[in-house]
Design a binder for this molecule. Sequence first.
Ligand code: UDP
Length: 313
Amino acid sequence: MSKRILITGAAGFLGSHLCDKFVSEGYDVIGMDNLITGSLDNIKHHFPKANFQFYHHDVSKFVHVPDQLDYILHFASPASPIDYLRIPIQTLKVGSLGTHNLLGLARVKNARMLIASTSEVYGDPLVHPQSEDYWGNVNPVGPRGVYDEAKRFQEAMTMAYHTYHGLETRIVRIFNTYGPRMRLDDGRVLPAFMCQALRGEDLTAFGDGTQTRSFCYVDDLVEGIYRLLHSDYVQPVNIGNPDEVTINEFGNEIIELTNSKSKIIYKPLPIDDPMRRRPDISLAKKILGWQPQVDRKEGLAKTLEDFKDRLGL
Ligand code: UDP
């Protein structure tokens, strides 16, 4: 019999790519989303398939799924700083109440639960690169606190269910990820820069653009998550691409790729914006035999095609 998996945040960027993976691997997939930041456009290609179902539901409220369930992937959450500033309470609720509801469901179903945690648990890190044993530097009451603390609570709650109820749990700490289907207006740096470059507008770098990020192509991330789910490792695991760039370098790569005449202009740095971020992926290499395969040039080219399509260019 097919394994049955619930994917929350299914209509979002990462959730929809996870649906693609598990549908193509022959799982029975239930996608769940409240469609606040997700879009059915991302998953409508699965609607005709016998092994895909969609539930329109907010996981911050009691979650019911009939029959057997083998796995739960909790990927529902706003993930862009401008989204979680716009809907801070929902962001806190989906990471806390939503996680609790899903852990309860996992317990009743005897399902294995994997949660989407984040490099944001490291905050504005004082250790570089970030390895899993670093506890982070987070401002709980700053504007990003609603996301960071929800995710930190989510990790703590998940670990408590593992320890006290013996639930099978997995925790992935996801670093900046990009690829097709990112919401054009989600405010994150890649959609912002790519849309600006394609429209011939100047690229808005925040601060002086010397802050760094390390961008992972979505297919690599999905493979890492798939391996982690099927591993027996319970502690958090970083999944990301350690190839670190400054935001200025990233902007110039996008200008070059799109053959744009745009320039980089500078806007104020958001409060608590981390200055440096790069995953230490030694653990993922060791226990999952995983490392990214897609370099930025290739990943950006694939992403560009999708953005052009959606912008009608
Ligand atoms: N950023 C920028 N211009 C934009 C959007 C973001 O310079 O239009 C910067 C932002 O200040 C941060 C980095 O790009 O330093 C990555 O931001 P993003 O929102 O993509 O994700 P974060 O890693 O901060 O969660």
